[in-house]
Design a protein around this ligand. Structure first.
Ligand SMILES: [Zn+2]
Ligand SMILES: [Zn+2]
Length: 117
């Protein structure tokens, strides 16, 4: 099951995908990129134009089925992966920005279980 977690880039709580979910999502995201590339080739348009068009519907639908959350940009799903983030900060509860972060970027608290590795 996806886990609700604060996302640093979106600045809101979003459902983050677990690894088994991510394994199913990755091909759909690859397909979203392929769609954009096909559009660019067939219309000789810029990347910006191609990205502005609706794309990655498969990935968005899959994300909705997994999380019940409507997302409009496949690019946002790309970083909604649980394993990209660290454990929640013991002080403020926001996830550490990376699995190896030594302190919390939100409140500055040092990581509780420091020296795990
Ligand atoms: Zn996000
Ligand atoms: Zn914190």
């Amino acid at each position: 099951m996806a886990q609700d977690l604060y996302c640093w880039r979106c600045d809101r709580v979003v459902p983050m995908l677990t690894e088994p979910e991510w394994e199913r999502m990755a091909p759909a995201l690859d397909e979203a990129v392929a769609e954009v590339q096909r559009y660019r080739v067939s219309t000789a348009s810029s990347l910006q134009t191609a990205l502005a068009r609706p794309h990655g519907r498969g990935a968005l639908k899959l994300y909705y089925r997994m999380t019940g959350q409507l997302e409009t940009k496949p690019d946002a799903i790309r970083h909604h992966r649980l394993s990209l983030y660290g454990p929640p900060c013991a002080h403020c509860g926001k996830p550490l920005r990376t699995p190896r972060a030594s302190h919390c970027a939100a409140c500055g608290a040092m990581r509780a279980e420091a020296a795990v590795e």
